[in-house]
Design a protein around this ligand. Structure first.
Ligand SMILES: [Zn+2]
Ligand SMILES: [Zn+2]
Length: 116
C-alpha cells in the first residue's frame, strides 16, 4: 500500500450514501452524484474561465473538495497536497482567493458541487 495513496471514501461526499465501486471510493461520489456534478459543471460554469473550470472538475474527481457543512462550506486540498483551504462559492482562504482578484478554481469547484 502506497503511503501517498489518495484518501478512500466510504460514503458519498454529496448525499452520504455508502459507496461500493472502486471508482466511487476514489472520487468520493456515487454514480448518481457523479452524473449530477458533471451536469452542474456543464451548465453552471459559463461565467468562469474554461481552464479554471477544468481544474475545478479535476479537483472534484480526485475527491479534493469535501463538504463541511450542508454543501455551503467546503475543505479543499491545495494542488501540492500540503495545505487545505476553506472554500465557499463566494469566498476562499487560498492565497489567490484572499487577494480576491479573480475567482479561484476552488470556488468554482464549490459552486459546481453546491449546484449539483
Ligand atoms: Zn451521492
Ligand atoms: Zn481558492
Amino acid at each position: 500500500m502506497n503511503a501517498a495513496a489518495t484518501t478512500q471514501h466510504t460514503n458519498c461526499l454529496r448525499c452520504g450514501r455508502k459507496l461500493t465501486s472502486i471508482k466511487s471510493t476514489a472520487t468520493g461520489y456515487g454514480p448518481t452524484c457523479t452524473r449530477k456534478v458533471k451536469a452542474a459543471a456543464a451548465t453552471h460554469t459559463a461565467s468562469f474561465k474554461p481552464a479554471l473550470v477544468a481544474k475545478a472538475q479535476e479537483l472534484i474527481e480526485q475527491g479534493g473538495i469535501v463538504p463541511l457543512r450542508a454543501l455551503r462550506i467546503f475543505t479543499v486540498i491545495s494542488s501540492d497536497g500540503a495545505s487545505t483551504y476553506k472554500t465557499a462559492p463566494q469566498a476562499c482562504t487560498c492565497p489567490a482567493g484572499l487577494k480576491g482578484r479573480f475567482v479561484c478554481y476552488h470556488r468554482i469547484a464549490a459552486h459546481i458541487v453546491a449546484a449539483a
